[in-house]
Ligand binder design. Structure first.
Ligand code: 2HG
Ligand code: ZN
Length: 466
């Protein structure tokens, strides 16, 4: 069956680069979730928009599912191919197509890494401000498909804010040119925004025009030791009132424990239950003085017990490593990940309920908290206790995630802030989206992808549960 399908594909598209090598199937069939066994039919590397269109038409006619593949750094199983799908990788489509200095846009192919986009923007004296630790491996097509967030959302917003135009191939092989990078465009539904965050279920992004902006003034980084959970938001309010903040992140002593064992330098001699890291404009003496004043104010009020301000770019990078290195340092424990959000104003009450829930339900588990607290977005990683079988660990975590959904419901939050729903959070989608919402999403998916080719089984099932 597989052999005849692939023979038919090769016959239709003789120049398409394809592989069924076990190493490729293993590599391209999974993302960072590592929960599913990769079982793709094959990997395809189209080299042009026309090849993508032809490939999609063939898949729709042949009933073959497609898993769009970016850098596969996702944490929700959105890029997993565990059911005989054809993985479509954009590794061969990674060029900068154009830079427009007047529009201040960069037009790129989907397979370009975030790092390469940032570098290309800098070559023109501008920045692409979306940023996160996976920048070297993740691809812009995947960033857009998941509306990726990251560490500077507090200042610059999510990926959505930076997408001026998109070209997308739908499930019938049609090519849509969405918004034409216009600043103003009041000509009906903005389908570009429907594509952003659709997790590869509505179309394949084959080109994106990204907005760029001016680089910020020089910045500094401060890390504070915070003695109590309640003080976190006091520190945040003080920083935000006095400084131009571009990042405000937190992590706990457990996160520090893991990241320092993984090579990061301890910031302070003594321990603290919480830490925050903030990046702020420090181009002028007045801005630097303001940072010192923030530190003193927080110290006087007992909101922080220690602090360090970067004195060089190298030190800023070393401090960032404390936060950016956490995910990698936890990876050997194959954690169960939660990526949740509440409104910023709900963070203090939510933190209390969460702490209480986790202490009650996971007394013997190592739960590591960190994240973008300035955006109301927390990452809670539950580490797999040594020796606990996979199935037991997952079912234990899923039981607690159901309880977590109740807490989220109470505080009006979301089960996914920036990682997407994919396969991992699919069972909980209906706790944060209404039945009417999901029915509408299902309808939209059916219109754009009538044969159900794109990422079936991800986000929600194409037919409602009986
Ligand atoms: C981060 O903020 C990423 O570092 C990964 O979103 C979060 O590993 C995680 O849970
Ligand atoms: Zn994050």
């Amino acid at each position: 069956m597989n052999a005849s399908l692939l023979a038919a594909l090769k016959h239709r598209l003789p120049d398409l680069k394809l592989s069924t090598e076990p190493g490729d199937r293993e590599h391209f069939g999974r993302d960072w979730t590592r929960r599913w066994t990769p079982e793709p039919l094959a990997i395809a590397w189209p080299g042009s928009v026309e090849e993508v269109r032809a490939l999609v038409r063939w898949a729709a006619e042949s009933g073959v599912a497609i898993v769009p593949s970016g850098g596969r750094t996702g944490l929700s199983g959105g890029a997993v191919a565990a059911a005989g799908e054809l993985v479509v990788s954009f590794d061969r489509m990674k060029q900068v197509i154009a830079f427009n200095p007047v529009d201040r846009t960069l037009t790129v192919q989907p397979g370009i890494t975030l790092q390469a986009v940032q570098d290309a923007a800098r070559e023109h004296g501008l920045i692409y401000p979306v940023d996160f630790a996976a920048r070297g491996s993740c691809q812009i097509g995947g960033n857009i498909a998941t509306n990726a967030g990251g560490i500077r959302v507090i200042r610059y917003g999510n990926t959505r804010q930076w997408v001026a135009g998109l070209k997308v191939v739908t499930g019938t092989g049609e090519l849509l040119d969405l918004n034409r990078a216009l600043v103003k465009n009041a000509s009906g539904y903005d389908l570009r925004h429907l594509m952003i965050g659709s997790e590869g279920t509505l179309g394949l992004i084959v080109e994106a025009t990204l907005l760029l902006t001016d680089p910020p003034p020089d910045s500094n980084v401060m890390v504070f030791a915070v003695p109590a959970m309640d003080a976190l938001m006091q520190v945040f309010a003080t920083c935000r009132a006095q400084l131009t903040v571009s990042a405000f992140e937190f992590f706990t002593d457990r996160a520090l424990h893991h990241v320092t064992r993984h090579g990061a330098q301890r910031p302070f001699e003594s321990d603290s239950p919480f830490y925050v890291i903030t990046e702020f404009d420090a181009g002028s003496q007045a801005q630097q003085d303001a940072a010192l004043a923030v530190f003193e104010r927080c110290l006087e009020n007992g909101w922080v017990t220690d602090g360090v301000i970067s004195q060089s770019e190298a030190q800023a990078r070393a401090l960032w490593r404390l936060r950016e290195g956490i995910t990698e340092s936890l990876a050997p424990h194959r954690p169960y990940k939660n990526d949740i959000s509440v409104r910023i104003s709900a963070v203090p009450a939510f933190l209390h309920d969460m702490q209480e829930l986790l202490a009650r339900e996971y007394p013997h588990f190592d739960c590591v908290w960190f994240g973008h607290i300035g955006d109301g977005n927390l990452h809670i990683n539950v580490l797999r206790p040594e020796g606990m079988p996979d199935a037991q660990f997952i079912s234990e975590c899923e039981r607690v995630t159901k309880l977590l959904c109740e807490v989220l419901e109470k505080h009006g939050g979301s089960i996914s802030a920036e990682h997407g729903i994919g396969l991992v959070k699919k069972p909980y989608l209906d706790t944060v989206r209404s039945a009417a919402d999901i029915a509408l999403m299902r309808g939209i998916r059916g219109v754009l992808d009538p044969a159900g080719v794109f990422n079936p089984g991800k986000l929600f099932d194409s037919t409602p549960p009986a």
